[in-house]
Design a protein around this ligand. Structure first.
Ligand code: SAM
Length: 233
């Protein structure tokens, strides 16, 4: 992975190629996220939608909703639009910068905000601001669900997460495992400035402080966690 603090189009190309092999239990993760939102006929924002895998799951599992997929990468947005073209105007791709404030004021309050493998690019302070802004933006009763890398607490937990992730990728085959190391993908093995995962306990607290209720973790494996909360109706 790039050692600069910016996700590159080279990273996008690597992720599009290897995501199914680099992300533990990806289909299960998407199913957990979609199970924890109930958008009805409302709009879901998929922050850093990438090639649109999670957006697809949302569109399938919630057949009345619309999804806006936001991302900074032209390659990702083009791939998501291509992959999800059959959903017509139920999916729209939008360019954004996750850390910037501009996109956080919208005409229509979303019924849910989700994100997979992206919020860890923000610092702790930026994550707290994001959770506060999403609480303000969401419609009453709406949910935020984040699937992301989280920082293991303590050396033993860090080593366990590193090893479990490595073993999971090794089981996907030699080519994927070689690429995983050649690209220095695991931030638990190859820390870099781009990846700033925060401990799960901190993020649950930040969501609570932002005003969300029913804050909880729903799934966790190899340093990847799914967690979120609901804005009071
Ligand atoms: C690891 S990929 C995850 C993509 C998708 N959510 C998934 O799970 O397949 C990270 C995504 O975050 C996007 N990204 C990284 N930093 C960003 C930023 N500051 N603003 C917007 N998008 C960003 C990248 O373009 C990329 O699509």
């Amino acid at each position: 992975m790039s050692t600069t603090a910016v996700w590159s189009e080279e990273d996008s190309a690597s992720f599009i190629r290897f995501a199914e092999h680099f992300v533990p239990d990806r289909a299960e993760q998407a199913a957990v996220v979609t199970a924890m939102v109930d958008p009805g006929r409302g709009t879901v924002l998929d922050l850093c939608c990438g090639a649109g895998g999670l957006s697809r799951r949302l569109l399938l599992d919630h057949p009345d909703c619309r999804v806006v997929g936001l991302d900074a990468s032209d390659a990702m947005l083009a791939e998501a639009s291509r992959q999800l073209a059959s959903f017509g105007d139920r999916f729209r791709a939008e360019r954004f910068d996750l850390g910037s404030p501009e996109w956080r004021r919208r005409g229509t309050a979303p019924a849910a905000v989700v994100s997979s493998l992206a919020v860890h690019h923000l610092t702790g302070d930026e994550k707290q601001a994001l959770y506060r802004d999403m609480h303000e933006l969401l419609a009453p009763g709406g949910s935020i669900v984040i699937a992301d890398l989280v920082q293991p607490v303590g050396d033993r937990a860090l080593e366990l997460a590193r090893r479990m992730w490595d073993e999971w990728v090794r089981a996907q085959g030699d080519e994927a495992h070689r690429a995983f190391h050649a690209l220095e993908w695991s931030c638990f093995e190859y820390p870099d400035e781009l990846d700033k995962p925060s401990p799960l306990r901190d993020q649950l607290q930040w969501l609570t402080e932002a005003g969300f209720g029913d804050v909880d973790a729903y799934w966790m494996k190899a340093g990847h966690a799914i967690f979120g909360g609901t804005k009071h109706a």
